[in-house]
Design a protein around this ligand. Sequence first.
Ligand SMILES: [Zn+2]
Length: 213
Amino acid sequence: MINIKNINVTCLMQHARVLWCDETKEALVVDPGGISNEIVDFIKNNKLKLEKILLTHSHFDHCGGVSYILKHFKDAKLFGAENEKNFRQGVKEMMFAVQIFDETCENSPEPHVFLEDSMQISLGKEKFIALATPGHTQGGFSFYNENNKILISGDTLFRGSVGRTDFIGGNYEAILKSIKEKLFVLPDDTIVYPGHGGNTTIKNEKLTNPYFI
Ligand SMILES: [Zn+2]
């Protein structure tokens, strides 16, 4: 079984998440967007083995705390999109462009592993599948675990909304296509964990999301 701990980071209240396998205590962090001792302490206090850091995309509020995590867990491997180096290396520039000043966000190093569509990412006895969901950014990914019906949707699908497409690399048609073709084909009772705001289900979004009805 997979457990999930949600920890909010940055002034945008981004949901960084620690996920771990009950049986093996192996853990991964998705989208550590800002420096957070809460994430580090949670992993240490629960004696989890941090193996991986996954990025749904590389906007500053999702990757800004990667360096800090890697300082504390030197063996963890970072997984991210190959074509988002500009975001990872331009955290302060993008924040300046949108007039957000948050000292907890730093540039992120380049991934050890570049994500690819349908890539399997193990978590102890469980696994996630990386689903390429471009639109919010060109290198956007969502992460799906079938056994526990978990979908980490980043800034692609929100409860009652979709991610912004007015940043560099954003594409409105692409985000709608990604959601319809890659996410709405998942089982209705899949629980969706977005990067911001409340959780939802695939069924709820198919029935009530104003971008699709
Ligand atoms: Zn974003």
